[in-house]
Design a protein around this ligand. Structure first.
Ligand code: XIL
Length: 363
């Protein structure tokens, strides 16, 4: 960030603090549930800039949604966020309908939208066990052919976006919940497939930061221990890994404290890794799409604690959320949970929005 931009950001934040009396202790929250993203609210990205953190969201279908709803979502996205990602358009199955066809149209529009609105893009994701096309899954390829398929995928895709992304999730969710590496279509390549993926990506683009990304590793536990050992081993072997992404999919009631997050982040920082929060959502019980007032407060505190965990970690440079609004957010178990992000189904900012804002503003 230039000195001039930082000063401008700080002035805006200062104006907001004077105007709103932001409360660093966060209780009670003052949700504005009657207005859609008031135009005079200082955007999250301005607070994020002042703290040296990107604030991001997944686009969903915001870029192509017709009518007023689409226009409003795009306005929220561009105004509030400085980073974006797509949960669909950069995945293997979407990009590669067949071995010889690369389908970059939608992903390119995401990058173009970001460039027009001074946002950065996280690339997500190159190697994952889900959203793999049938032609790969059912191809019965011998290990060497599978290796070639993955290598050519990484070469083409990283090459296509060279110079345009702020990060690549090279490998996503390779660790099983039991702390052993998952057995996936890609593990058939051989035990070195993770290391190779990072090497192939680095060979094509020497600049873009390369990340390992996973869930249920936000605090110290058996799975994060295993990921720590994996990344530490990769580092020792000279693999080109720059950072780790923590997904942060939680039910709000069970979300971790800032202390627990910061303690875990510290050991990954000590490995020399950058840290990003990549897919945050905090689920609560819902009825007709809406959460109850008490749950919204619990959710707001969960978001606050997550932001504070990042702010206590100098290497943590991004806080990114799974969707823009509750009407279009990924939920692991929609029968039980929902309303996981910062704007409700009517696109109004929730207590969680103000919690993120206040946590970023507090000193
Ligand atoms: C989700 C996307 O948000 C959805 O749009 C898509 O249909 C399925 O995937 N962990 C991940 C993300 O790493 O890629 C997933 O995103 C959510 C779980």
């Amino acid at each position: 960030m230039t000195a001039r931009r930082l000063c401008a950001s700080l002035l805006l934040v200062a104006a907001a603090l004077v105007g709103c009396g932001a409360d660093s202790h966060m209780a009670p929250f003052v949700p504005d549930t009657t207005h859609a993203a008031p135009a005079d609210t200082v955007p999250l990205r301005v607070y994020g800039d002042a703290r040296g953190r990107f604030v991001g969201a997944a686009t969903g279908t915001a870029l192509t949604m017709p009518g007023d709803s689409g226009a409003r979502l795009r306005t929220i996205l561009a105004r509030q966020f400085s980073m974006l990602w797509t949960g669909t358009f950069m995945k293997f199955d979407y990009l590669r309908p067949s071995r010889s066809v690369y389908n970059y149209t939608q992903a390119d529009s995401v990058v173009a939208f970001a460039q027009r609105n001074r946002m950065v893009v996280r690339g997500h994701t190159l190697v994952w066990h889900q959203q793999v096309p049938a032609w790969v899954l059912n191809g019965n390829y011998p290990p060497d052919t599978l290796r070639a398929i993955l290598e050519e995928h990484i070469e083409n895709v990283v090459g296509h976006f060279k110079g345009k992304l702020a990060a690549w999730d090279v490998v996503n969710e390779a660790m099983g919940d039991d702390g052993n590496l998952r057995s996936t279509v890609w593990s058939a390549i051989g035990p070195d497939y993770i290391e190779q993926a990072f090497r192939w990506a680095r060979a094509v683009d020497p600049e873009v930061p390369l990340y390992y990304n996973d869930y249920n590793i936000e605090t110290v536990n058996a799975k994060s221990d295993a990921v720590y050992r994996l990344l530490s081993d990769l580092k020792t072997r000279g693999a080109f890994i720059d950072g780790i992404g923590f997904q942060f999919h939680y039910t709000a009631q069970a979300a971790p404290s800032a202390d627990a997050i910061a303690a875990n982040f510290a050991r990954f920082t000590a490995l020399g890794l950058k840290i990003q929060i990549t897919e945050a959502d905090m689920h609560v019980a819902v009825q007709n799409g809406f959460a109850g007032a008490a749950d919204l407060q619990v959710q707001a505190r969960a978001y606050r604690d997550m932001v504070n965990g990042c702010l206590r970690t100098p290497n943590c440079n991004a806080i990114e959320i799974e969707g823009i609004y509750d009407g279009q957010a990924w939920v692991s178990d929609p029968a039980q949970w929902g309303a996981p992000v910062l704007y409700d189904i009517r696109m109004r900012p929730k207590p969680a929005y103000y919690a993120v804002q206040a946590a970023l503003a507090a000193r």
